[in-house]
Design a protein. Structure first.
Length: 217
């Protein structure tokens, strides 16, 4: 067991640390991109450019930078698995977390695009994208969910590992939602925007989950 600390927003530091891990531990068979931040529950007009750049750097750019280190070696070996923990917030527009949502939309689009690239290459390297609902790690302290239960870290971890083991391409982690893997996209495709906003915003209360957000202090 070995642990290495690195600022994943620093491209050079990531490259240096990967070289060290490879030299001291060996090849990486499974990469799980799970670092993430959310800076506040402010509306976008009150956000700062620093908050924007920091959020995008950690949530959207860093997974690409880290994956770019390990992926060429995986492709050369024709084996490996990259799992990116995005967010259900990358599928549903949500007030008071617009920058976070933007970063997770980016992460989902990138991760799933790489999956298709590898499949077209006939590579055995696998990609899994996970879009979980709020997880009670402390990162989303203060979030209140009217209908959908917040996820326990242990439950989320088990589901993520199971998805990797099964080579699942894309998985939404939600409880009490019918056909959870496709429910959100199905509703987005079938319902007019105003009706979708009413269902998810008012009935499920998702648009107000961030009202009392405090985050990890």
């Amino acid at each position: 067991m070995a642990g290495y600390r690195v600022d994943i927003s620093d491209d050079k530091a990531v490259a240096e640390r990967y070289s060290r891990v490879k030299a001291e531990v060996g090849d990486i068979d499974i990469l799980i991109n799970c670092a993430g931040i959310i800076t506040s529950n402010k509306t976008f007009d009150c956000c700062t450019t620093d908050e924007i750049h920091r959020t995008m750097a950690i949530n959207a750019v860093a997974p690409m930078v880290v994956a770019l280190q390990v992926l060429p070696d995986m492709v050369a070996r024709n084996s490996g698995h990259i799992c990116t923990i995005a967010s259900a917030g990358g599928m549903i527009s949500n007030p008071k977390m617009s920058v976070y949502a933007a970063s997770k939309w980016a992460a989902i689009g990138w991760s799933d695009s790489v999956r298709i690239e590898l499949e077209e290459m006939k590579s055995n390297v696998k990609i899994t994208t996970i879009a979980p609902y709020y997880i009670t790690t402390g990162m989303f302290n203060g979030v209140q969910s009217r209908v959908l239960p917040l996820l326990k870290p242990e439950y989320a971890a088990k589901q993520i590992i199971r998805a990797i083991e099964k080579n699942t391409r894309f998985k939404v982690l939600m409880r009490w939602i019918p056909i959870p893997h496709h429910f959100i996209r199905l509703m987005q495709g079938l319902l007019p925007t105003r009706l979708f906003d009413w269902l998810f915003g008012q009935v499920f209360g998702i648009y107000h989950t961030m009202d009392n957000f405090t985050g990890r202090k």
